[in-house]
Design a protein around this ligand. Sequence first.
Ligand code: CP
Ligand code: NVA
Length: 318
Amino acid sequence: MASSTTRSSRKTPKDLLTIASLSVRHITALIKHAQSLKTKRRARRMPRPLVGKTLGLIFEKPSTRTRVSFEAGMNQLGGQSLFLDSEKIQLSRGESLADTAQVLSRYLDGLVVRTFDQTTLEDWATYATIPVINGLTDQCHPCQILADLFTISIKKKRLKGLKLAYIGDGNNVTHSLLEAGALMGMHVSVGCPSGYEPDQKIVDWAQEEALKTKTKIQVTADPVEAVRNADVLYTDVWISMGQEREQKRRLKALTPYQVNEGLLRKAKADAMVMHCLPAHRGEEISTGVLDGPQAVVLEQAENRLDMQNAILIDWLGS
Ligand code: CP
Ligand code: NVA
């Protein structure tokens, strides 16, 4: 995990692999830039700083939002994108990742990679000479959570001092939320059953970072305690991509952790409900809450576009 020695630096690292590797100043600047791009997009006055640039997307897992928002974003910014189904390139027939990354670096200006192990993503970053952006791994989902920080800051007008409660499986989304909360001064309380806690190394990192921002990072088995006084309720699927074989066991363990009307009542009256989508109605979230007035999930999905446009300009722009 990245050290926090550059917390105040605005420098763009070569790759975007985790939230923890970014500085507070950089995240703040990305949120500000996303806001300005959103205003321009809605006014149909988008800048086109990526003319002549091509983004490749290598996905080993399905995607709707990440793929489409990155591809649409490149188009809006004047560039082009190339979706590379990992099953349809020579990688699937044994060509090495190292060779593939080096060759693609000669054609492309950036790569979004969605894969399983974080170490595979790190290998892409090692061998590619172009920026590699994490489009989701088993460990984390930084682009999602950067966009979510943008959504929260729009809705609540701040991040610092807010309490975000994440209820359900301690997964990749949880990990990025923990890192983001600790850095940006947002309290994060994770309510999850025993055996489904987030990775202890990431919790430890977040707790250490949180000391600097005077933020509370908590993991509890009690969902009611987790949501008490929460400004934001967040949940995600109980069965992440790649965990399909654990379906039965997961459904059983996680059922008491559904975000439903009863749990929502225990949070602040004006709490907003977030979900990175895709959602499984009736599992991690009730239909009533997902489609209810406190949920912001569609705007949350839309904001992927504006935050990722800010990311694309930052990492691919010259
Ligand atoms: N939230 C998210 O990353 O969605 P996709 O899997 O559809 O990209
Ligand atoms: N935790 C989910 C997120 C999907 C966007 C998964 O990894 O499948």
